[in-house]
Design a protein around this ligand. Sequence first.
Ligand code: 1GP
Length: 257
Amino acid sequence: MRPNHIYETLLAARKSGQKKFAVLIDPDEMRLDNFDQILVLAASGHVDYFFIGGSLILNNELDRCVRHIKAHSKVPIILFPGNTYQLSKSADGILLLSLISGRNPELLIGKQVIAAPYLKQSKLEILSTGYMLIDGGKPTAVSYISNTQPIPADKPDIAVCTAMAGEMLGLKMLYMDAGSGARQPVSNAMIEQVSKNTDIPLIVGGGIRTTEQVADKLAAGADMIVVGNAIEKDPDLLVHFARTIHSFNLHRNEMLK
Ligand code: 1GP
């Protein structure tokens, strides 16, 4: 296992209020023309991390996808696996997810037991993450595949207690996800409550489509924003989202002077 470079960076960023931006790549979309455009935009310094994965990957291209990105960009790659077969030793780190919003034992601990010996031998940095699925207004691939119910969008107390329990159990990060292509992203009110009541890096994703939403989620307390679908459809959005995040960070630095 690699030393905790990614985690140390994220923890320091959380403490200093600096926000991060991750682009989610679905290996199934690798052949799209947009994919190389995304790599070019990311390589010019706009993206902090690539997340790679999906609830259901139809091709067998994950490892090739990771190596292709490595060859064309220096942006660290973090696996975001929907299953134990979505592993690649060429990535930099892995979100070792426990689906703490659900009550499916396979996704709380079962899959992690299967993956542990592979991960122990790999050089991947292990980022144990409490994964919380939040209702985004329609059933998503994650809720269907995981056979779990998301936390209701209007019940921030459930999200807070779930997040606090995850932190107390020793998970290093939290990921609030409305699911890929969600109608509504996680609400600002819920992000604010979870962020106030926990001290570990908070990742937020699912259904984020506009710079206003990005700015609002950051102001509410998200430490990292993840966007997949919107950028897949319009890669130029990557630059707009990155600018929003960097100007938030600059503004914060100015305030601290
Ligand atoms: C899904 O949070 C990610 O797990 C990203 O969602 O594709 O809707 O941006 P979108």
